[in-house]
Design a protein around this ligand. Sequence first.
Ligand SMILES: Cc1ncc(COP(=O)(O)O)c(C=O)c1O
Length: 398
Amino acid sequence: MLPAPPPRAIVAVMSDDALLVWRDKFPALNDCVHLISHSLGCVPAQAFDDMQEFLDLWRTKSITAWSDWLPEVDRAAARIAKIISAPAGSVIMHQNVSTIMAVLASCFEYTPERNKIVYESLMFPTVSYVWQAEQRRGAQCVVVPSADGTTIDTQAMIDAIDEHTVAVPMSHVIFSSAYIQDAKKICAKAKSVGAHIILDCYQSVGIIPLDVVDLGVSFACGGSVKYLCGGPGAGWLYVRPDVIPQYAPRVTGWFGNTAPFAFTMPEQTYADNIWRYMGGTPAIAALYQSRAGQSIIGEIGVRAIREKSLTLTSKAIAWVDELGFTLNSPRSEAQRGGSVVFDFTGAADVCRELNRRKFFCDHRPGVGIRIAPHFYTKAEEVELFFAELKKIRSGSGR
Ligand SMILES: Cc1ncc(COP(=O)(O)O)c(C=O)c1O
């Protein structure tokens, strides 16, 4: 039997976890048990001041605020570049991954000889929607199945990629199971046949150390909503420097122009740097909102976060086993991302009640409850979460 969870009052003094020094920067954590960072990272206190700064600039400087606002795009991109080990000038900000995928899809032309788009069946649906629509333009999507609903066989991905393949828009970490794909191996095959890897890093950025150069991907993307604690609207796109000038996205806008304020007509003259992948007016407020979370993750360093995450997700798996639930994420640390997914009869209702009681988690159909500790999580909170879950299942109220 696992030890009984401690009463809440003594939780604060029990931990000697060094990363907890950052917890004070997230006062919202005092009012809940927050195990939902795979879906929505906790809001940093600093974000309130940063949003105020954005509004103050608007109020006091009106149109001239743009001289402060516009550089925020490159500043946000530099924060992301640090986290994903990307070279300077290889990252641009966008609103979300769906838009980024549409921009990238608009880079490619399909011919009968080269028209394949390869990705896994466990991909986040929004990405699939974009690439399925490309079939109207001549693409042929090949969706690699999962044998167990949790993992994707690396060899099956490799075998599906051939000289007919244009691009492989794959998830680094599967959203519904936290399974880590072997992006490096798959990328090596893609490179050998002249195909591009587009790595969706939404479920890995901020929780698994990322080195986009070492992985060798042509493109990588993600957002700031989850482990980056940056809220919605601050998506990001990395393009390998040698690939940047190779494409002229059809989904474009005036901020992708070499001189947006020259207002040239009628055709686009693409910027010769990463801004050529930009569209219309950037969502500046989201960049202010995301600043604190991205900065904190960059300062802590993802290696330390990963170590702690593995310890706490192992603890959660021990509880899942103890309670006899079905584990729907990998046991192996090498294959496991930041979340733990588990199921039992009635899990959706229990999840709803946990959220009502401010034990934040989520539920996905077919796989069950997802939880994710982060650098600010106390080990004791994992115990409290499962204790509460047990109470709910046994009918105890609150
Ligand atoms: C792997 C992955 N990709 C993409 C998304 C979201 O895409 P978008 O930024 O377009 O909302 C999510 C979750 O929200 C995700 O988990």
